[in-house]
Design a protein around this ligand. Structure first.
Ligand code: UDP
Length: 334
């Protein structure tokens, strides 16, 4: 069979590789100039690895996902820690642990660490959002300092994400075409299409638009060895960036003693950022989920929608890989 995969991010990569290994011919297209979707990384002129679309920190307890990825990458240990820089000038462990709670006071935790950040991130109050979003950062009463305390496997691809994607796509049955925008007439040339584009855009917004948050990134290189202690530092202010990543604080991201590169994040509506869709918006009433459900009712036997934008879910990398592995294997009858 001949298949088209639209989007060279994690969902597309898993589909392409599994279909190719099953003996099918796979074309992968992406409108961007690079593979890897939002996990794409590159090394800058100072020898420091940057994730172009913000920090991607791999963590999971799903060993099937780890096993699959390990065919294409070695790993380097990274147990992620996040500090919040507060307006009092001090740094606090996030998610709030016993020390954070003691120093800030239990009753102030939400107003200090969650209310302003969430307003900047989503342009919504906490009460307007599905609680699952904040449950990603659970407050705790122990001394654990990890951002993902419950995940068994916390490592980064040793040579970065782009190198990992290159190996996934390196198969004789896979052809990757970059700078190539999908158009529906392409479907005629294939037996089936796996499409990670936004489902509302595919259907010309027939049932309305699905909102997304986006991020504008500001990246600076300073002539200093190190500015922040943590790889990511969040800010508790209502204005300004949500967080900053100091790239060399991740392992294998460059160790130039004379320079450090920092990326600050400024969330915005995707329409204010060249239609770059990063985060599906889970509102408390489920209005957006209802719109998405309407698109699902449209019969389209030739197309399967995949990934964050195709399925309108706020998914981490390991979740995208897991879902994609399960569904492509089902498609293949395995
Ligand atoms: N959050 C917050 N303060 C923080 C960190 C996170 O209020 O310092 C909230 C915010 O609403 C955010 C959500 O928790 O969107 C999930 O945070 P996470 O760090 O998981 O977001 P991601 O890394 O996916 O952007």
């Amino acid at each position: 069979m001949k298949y088209l995969v639209v989007g060279a991010g994690f969902a597309g990569a898993v589909y392409a590789r599994e279909l190719a290994e099953a003996g099918h011919e796979v074309d992968v297209i992406d409108s961007r100039y690079h593979i890897g979707g939002n996990a794409y990384d590159y090394v800058n002129g100072k020898g420091i690895r940057i994730h172009k679309y913000g920090p991607h920190i791999f963590h999971t307890s799903n060993m099937k996902v780890v096993e699959w990825l390990s065919k294409f990458t070695d790993w380097v240990e990274h147990k992620h820690k996040v500090l919040a820089k507060h307006t009092d000038g001090n740094f606090y462990v996030l998610p709030p642990n016993r020390d954070t709670v003691e120093r800030i006071g239990k009753d102030n935790i939400i107003d200090v660490f969650f209310r302003p950040y969430t307003k900047k991130m989503w342009d919504k109050e906490i009460e307007e959002l599905n609680p699952k979003i904040l449950e990603r950062v659970p407050i705790r009463d122990d001394d654990n300092e990890l951002y993902f305390p419950n995940d068994d496997f916390q490592k980064m691809p040793a040579e970065g994400y782009t190198a990992l994607f290159m190996r996934i796509f390196d198969h004789e049955n896979i052809t990757v075409k970059l700078n190539c925008t999908f158009d529906k007439t392409m479907e005629d040339d294939y037996d089936h299409v796996f499409n990670s584009m936004p489902i509302d855009q595919y259907y010309d917004y027939e049932f309305g638009e699905l909102p997304y948050r986006s991020i504008k990134f500001e990246t600076f290189t300073l002539p200093e060895r190190q500015v922040y202690k943590a790889a990511t530092t969040n800010f508790t202010t209502y204005d300004g960036p949500t967080r900053v990543t100091e790239w060399k604080n991740f392992p294998n991201h460059g160790d130039n003693p004379l320079a450090t590169t920092l990326t600050y994040e400024y969330p915005c509506d995707y329409k204010d950022n060249n239609m770059e869709r990063y985060y599906p918006v889970k509102d408390i009433e489920g209005v957006n989920a209802e719109i998405y459900e309407k698109y699902l009712t449209l019969e389209n036997p030739k197309v399967t929608f995949i990934g964050r934008c195709g399925t309108y879910q706020y998914l981490d990398m390991h979740q995208v890989i897991n879902q994609s592995l399960i569904s492509v294997r089902k498609f293949l009858g395995n």
